[in-house]
Design a protein around this ligand. Structure first.
Ligand code: SAH
Ligand code: SF4
Ligand code: F3S
Length: 491
């Protein structure tokens, strides 16, 4: 095998946020069919599974065939301008389709629906309904209204909605890994970010419903769950007052509050053979307690997505990230001390934020060197209307410069990832098989604890197997392993 050909350099275009997936067929003999296309982050993909479940209860099967659909949903993302443009282009494509099927209902869900509200109905004539992320329980009513030929909209943002009682209909599932949403919204006001406006206030989901979902997945044969939230470290649930802690006169907390470390522990106890992952961690909130919980359980994966955004203190301040470089490095050192060198660390980086100088860009590159990220999602700054940065700072870095800085960041990441992967050569690791290799269907792929993709060959391997492998070769994006043992007792 020529390994050099396997070198995969992650570009911003390939990152998770530009991806989309269509729903697979879940036919239970229902008359009507819904087709869902999802864009953006994992939370959006996870929401599409809630939407599919709500629609199923109301007489709709999902389909992957657009032509068979009575209802088409685009679950959209607003994080960068390009994400919104992709959806606009898709709508142009649907124009042709609707000419053949005039009765088809087209709905925009998710963050773009929330951001643009009625404007979407005005600007995109083809759209029949617009539904924000907290209004999915209302979908059956809204679809019924649209089917009568009227436009329908609900962009109400809730302080309580977590869809905790809804059992998601798993879409495009490999039957091995699933996502569990543990909280919604975001209360951080990073100045570049549209999420607090599109997803509303932060709220945590009842831990019992999270555990019930994890147990159900385990009983159905799933081997890995990823706990999802924009900022999982600020997960906080108490029985009183809609998730607010009860305080006594001295201001002391007297209700039992569940924080992220405790939740993580409870999910890890569902089964020692169920792998637990989580995303996203915020550098200002990740505690040593969380790190010790990760260390304590073999089935909690040793991998932390800890987006830094920039390596410059001044830029971090402008971004309102509420930590500086020294704080961030302290958290990285804590990870290294508690979880060791092998713990995977990944990041998000924004190139060319408002007024960023060449020197500050160099600070980002030097921070990357210092941390040695295994992986990063890398973007150039895209101004989002209504955000603090759009109001306060000029988007003054020329596009050419943003792109060049991004290319330098991508290049740096690729070198560092290659170095990090080389450290794995000769090591024994446990991977969980979750699919076939992109390059050759004869090979299978799995992930090690640090979230790195490991390619293996072996006729007797199947999805969901834990495999002890020895790492033989690597590229910047992938490890290649030799199978030593299938389903070892210890994961
Ligand atoms: N809650 C997560 C991030 C969610 S958005 C966190 O705080 O880390 C995912 C990533 O998109 C962000 O980390 C950031 O790197 C990027 N992003 C967000 N807004 C952006 C913008 N306006 N332009 C470019 N990238 C952006
Ligand atoms: Fe956006 Fe910041 Fe919230 Fe992440 S923490 S979703 S970047 S506002
Ligand atoms: Fe996009 Fe909304 Fe997620 S803006 S990144 S889909 S929270």
């Amino acid at each position: 095998m020529d390994l050099i050909k396997d070198i995969d350099i992650l570009s911003a275009e390939e990152a998770q946020v530009c991806d989309f997936k269509t729903t697979e067929d879940h036919s239970t003999g229902k008359q009507k069919k819904v087709y869902i296309e999802s864009y953006g982050c994992q939370m959006n993909f996870s929401d599409s599974e809630i939407v599919a479940s709500i629609m199923k209860e109301n007489g709709y099967d999902t389909t992957s065939d657009l032509k068979k659909a009575d209802v088409v949903f685009l679950n959209t993302c607003s994080i960068r301008e390009k994400a919104e443009q992709t959806v606009r282009n898709r709508l142009t494509h649907f124009n042709g389709l609707k000419r053949f099927k005039p009765g088809m209902t087209i709905g925009i869900l998710g963050c773009m629906a929330e951001r643009l509200k009625e404007k979407l109905l005005e600007e995109e004539k083809i759209v029949d309904l617009v539904v924000g992320p907290d209004a999915y329980r209302d979908l059956p009513n809204l679809v019924a209204t649209a089917e009568e030929g009227l436009k329908a909209i609900n962009t109400f943002l809730s302080r309580e909605e977590t869809y905790g009682d809804i059992s998601p209909l798993r879409l495009n599932s490999n039957g091995v890994s699933a996502f569990i949403s543990i909280m919604r919204g975001c209360d951080n006001m990073c100045s570049f970010c549209v999420v607090p406006f599109t997803r509303g206030r932060e709220r945590s989901r009842d831990p019992e419903s999270i555990l019930a979902e994890a147990r159900d997945l385990w009983s159905k044969g799933y081997k890995e769950v990823t706990l999802l939230g924009q900022n999982v470290d600020s997960y906080k649930w108490s029985p009183e007052e809609n998730n607010k802690a009860r305080l006594n006169k001295k201001g002391e907390n007297i209700s039992q509050v569940i924080h992220f470390a405790h939740l993580l522990e409870m999910v890890a106890q569902v089964s020692p053979q169920l792998r637990v992952r989580f995303s996203t961690s915020h550098p200002k909130d990740i505690t040593d307690e969380v790190l010790y919980t990760i260390k304590k359980y073999d089935n909690i994966c040793k991998y932390i997505h800890l987006p830094v955004q920039s390596g410059s203190d001044r830029v971090l301040e402008l971004m309102n990230r509420t930590y500086d470089r020294a704080w961030y490095m302290d958290r990285v050192l804590a990870i290294r001390e508690i979880l060791g060198e092998e713990c995977g660390i990944s990041s998000d980086m924004i190139a060319g934020f408002c007024s960023e100088t060449e020197e500050e860009h160099q600070d980002t590159l030097s921070l990357m060197e210092q941390v040695k990220y295994d992986f990063s999602y890398m973007f150039y700054y895209s101004e989002r209307p209504g955000t603090l940065a759009a109001k306060k700072y000029a988007d003054d870095i020329p596009l050419e410069t943003k792109k060049r800085r991004l290319a330098e960041i991508i290049e740096k990441q690729s070198q560092i990832a290659f170095d990090r992967n080389r450290l794995d050569l000769g090591k024994e690791q446990i991977i969980l098989i979750d699919g076939t290799s992109k390059k050759s269907i004869a090979d299978l792929k799995g992930r090690n604890s640090a979230n790195k993709v490991v390619i293996v060959s072996g006729a007797d391997l199947k999805l969901g197997d834990y495999v002890r492998v020895k790492i033989k070769e690597c590229s910047p994006a992938t490890l290649f392993g030799e199978v030593l043992e299938i389903n070892p007792s210890q994961i």
